[in-house]
Ligand binder design. Structure first.
Ligand code: PEP
Ligand code: CO
Length: 451
């Protein structure tokens, strides 16, 4: 267990990006209520995820962490959850087949509500209002009243997370994740997208592999592994009061776990070594992530590893680089080298989204599919050069047919962004762009000889 740590020891340190709650009494009541509710996940599940991530750290598995930038209270439906899961499963089949290693699936889902912001206020025309901080805090509507933080939202976020997790568990264990079915969706993508035909070869190789298994007598009907899967949950642990309220002592080991999700990560804006977020997360037993941007130096990364994973447990810590397509190769190499030389067993994941955000001619926040791919290319190249394993990708996506990122299989144009721009925060890949990305990553890793 972490030394001199309690679930509330973070209170003594500066916490960035916390909302200005208007009424302390309301906040205390909401947090007390959440603290009395059941945990959302079980510590044993967090440990299973950590073991799987240890395989990623060792180069024997690949991490796919994906989902919304910010989950929405308004777009909360079975359809929405199912379509997101469908894309994650499809990407996972393509990656598993192409890389020949298990894919560890972690959703940005069932709790990904709170958003850090670069500025405290937003301006539209002459009106300046407090920034939207995620539906767990305030509303995205652009009115004075909508932007006031409301503690009731913390309780709503707990309930929405519970219902989402419930459906995820049902889908992943109840037949929806069946391998042959997931592959049939993938064939559909290849058949109907002109760009997708580029992937005909991988898709038909998967067919052949499935036929081969059946021919060898693998009973595809009764083998659980072909019908069920694990999809873990994760979110940015931003609102420390909420995370503390869901932190519980595991009855089996006596260790503390943040039972709001299986994996928690620290964002680029809250990763100060002497800040409250690092303090809180160092004490929980869950696998942790930390985003690292282009300004990160090797000395910082080594201190972060020491702080968050002093016992050097493989799978405990995932470093999620988000450098920008132009910078990633040069910025990442010294970090890979330093961590390798220090012997820290981290998972390296690439977030190719957050440092490649641009504003379109029409004023929409967007990302170009090609730049996203280019960041992954640079990430892979850096690992190849340093002899380390490019362990995974961390992406923002939705299963819906949105028009938020430009390019990709359907070549979405700048002028189409207004058609279906639905995100409440950052622009996400739509279902087709996501699958297209999985094929591109698969091709890239094969071409670099890493798979
Ligand atoms: C995010 O993942 O949505 C995010 C805000 O990322 P970052 O902390 O890397 O900017
Ligand atoms: Co985002």
């Amino acid at each position: 267990m972490a030394k001199d740590w309690t679930p509330s020891s973070w209170h003594a340190l500066p916490a960035q990006q916390q909302p200005d709650w208007p009424d302390q009494g309301d906040l205390d009541r909401a947090l007390k209520q959440i603290a009395s509710y059941p945990p959302l996940v079980f510590a044993g599940e967090a440990r299973s995820l950590q073991s799987s991530l240890a395989q990623v750290a060792a180069g024997n598995a690949f991490l796919l962490q994906a989902g919304d930038c910010a989950e929405s209270f308004e777009e909360f439906s079975a359809n929405n959850i199912r379509e997101k899961l469908r894309v994650i499963l499809q990407m996972s089949v393509v990656l598993t087949y192409s890389l020949g290693v298990p894919v560890v699936k972690v959703g940005r889902i069932a709790g990904q509500f709170a958003k850090p912001r670069s500025t405290d206020t937003e301006k539209v025309g002459d009106l300046e209002l407090p920034s939207f901080r995620g539906h767990i805090v305030n509303s995205d509507a652009f009115t004075e009243a909508a932007r006031v933080p409301s503690a009731d939202r913390l309780v709503s976020a707990y309930h929405q997370s519970a219902a989402t997790l419930n459906l995820l568990r049902a889908f992943t264990k109840g037949g929806f994740a069946d391998l042959t079915r997931v592959h049939a969706w993938t064939q559909e993508f290849v058949a109907t997208s002109p760009e997708g035909q580029r992937y005909e070869q991988i898709a038909s190789e998967i067919d052949r592999a499935l036929r081969f298994m059946r021919a060898c007598g693998v009973d595809t009907e009764s083998n659980h592994d072909l019908h069920e899967t694990n999809v873990y949950t994760s979110h940015e642990a931003l609102l420390l009061g909420y995370e503390e309220a869901l932190t519980r002592q595991d009855s089996l080991t006596g260790n503390w776990y943040d039972c709001s999700a299986h994996m928690l990560w620290i964002g680029e804006r809250t990763r100060q070594l002497d800040g409250a977020h690092v303090e809180f997360l160092r004490g929980v037993g869950n696998p942790l992530g930390c985003k690292i941007g282009p300004g990160t130096d090797a000395d910082y990364v080594l201190q972060l590893c020491e702080r968050l994973n002093p016992a050097r447990i493989p799978g405990r810590l995932t470093l999620i680089s988000r450098m920008g397509a132009d910078k990633v190769e040069d910025a990442l190499r010294p970090l890979l080298r330093a961590v390798r030389e220090a012997g820290h067993p981290v998972v390296w994941a690439c977030d190719p989204m957050h440092a490649n955000t641009v504003t379109s001619a029409g004023g929409r926040k967007t990302r170009q599919f090609d730049r996203i791919c280019a960041e992954i290319d640079g990430f892979v190249a850096a690992h190849k050069a340093e002899g380390t394993w490019p362990g995974g990708i961390h992406v923002e996506l939705t299963g819906d047919n949105v028009t938020e990122c430009v390019g990709g299989a359907d070549n979405i144009l700048d002028s189409q962004l207004d058609d279906r721009y639905q995100t409440v925060c950052d622009p996400r890949l739509n279902g087709r762009q996501s699958l297209d990305l999985a094929f591109t990553v698969a091709e890239n890793l094969r071409a670099s000889g890493l798979a």
